[in-house]
Design a protein around this ligand. Structure first.
Ligand code: HEM
Length: 216
């Protein structure tokens, strides 16, 4: 390789290693939150009383207040740290796209889906958190009215698959990057994660159908 070709390559240093750790930790924190959040919102499948009961128990423990403070912090920290890897200039995006087509490798495509979904989740997630944090409490009555008004159903139809996709690709990437998933276990883990993704997505969409059709 000529000197010219390597001149612009920045060697990763100790700071980058710390940032990678933080990226993984904030990402893992959000994965745990979303897993918990999916279970909470999916309780509506069993009726309005189930959602109100679970939400009431969380509120009694003040976990909602904790979530209102720490989830937005985690969400924006994760974005800022991970964004350093995303090219925001057109030339960079074009180069990544060209390389992805050239390599045509599953993990490279997954990285592109991860970066693309992140941009949409950033906007929709921020709107969603703002709306919900400003509610006095999590109630089936409030949530069903919201989902049945304005463009909220379409909003969630976009957000649900993107969030779940981002979460599952994130788990896979953490596993590969930090050595939990090896070459030997990779095909099996990919199969398990794909099935789990399908099941979780189905549960979230069934819950959304309940929010969209239930009268409380
Ligand atoms: C403190 C933070 C959060 C609170 C209090 C909260 C609360 C809620 C509530 C009450 C619902 C039911 C629908 C509604 O009332 O609008 C909901 C649905 C949803 N939330 Fe959140 N949320 C939070 C953070 C997040 C984050 C960070 C994401 C991902 C970016 C997210 C993604 C979703 C999705 C995809 C749904 C639809 C679930 C379904 O119908 O299966 N939420 N959230």
């Amino acid at each position: 390789m000529s000197v010219d070709a390597t001149m612009h390559v920045v060697r990763p240093g100790r700071r980058d290693a710390y940032l990678d750790w933080l990226q993984m930790l904030t990402g893992a924190g959000l994965v745990l939150f979303i897993a918990f959040h999916t279970l909470l919102t999916a309780s509506i499948i069993f009726g309005a009383g189930a959602l109100d009961g679970v939400a009431g128990a969380l509120e009694a423990l003040h976990l909602d207040t904790l979530a209102h403070i720490f989830v937005p912090i985690l969400f924006f920290m994760h974005f800022v740290i991970a964004a350093r890897k995303i090219p925001f200039r057109f030339e960079g995006q074009e180069a990544i796209w060209r390389n992805a087509r050239l390599l045509n490798h599953r993990d490279t495509w997954l990285w592109i889906v991860q970066a693309g979904s992140a941009m949409i989740i950033l906007v929709l997630g921020a709107i969603h958190m703002w709306t919900n944090i400003n509610d006095t409490a999590i109630l089936a009555a409030t949530s069903t009215v919201r989902v049945q008004s304005g463009g909220w159903l379409i909003f969630y139809l976009v957000l649900i698959p993107l969030v779940q996709l981002h979460v599952f690709i994130g788990v896979y990437r953490i596993g590969v990057k930090w050595g939990f998933i090896t070459d030997a276990t990779r095909p099996k883990v990919v199969k398990i994660l794909t099935i789990a993704f399908g099941c979780v997505l189905a549960i979230a969409l069934i819950a959304l159908a309940r929010y969209a059709t239930m009268t409380v």
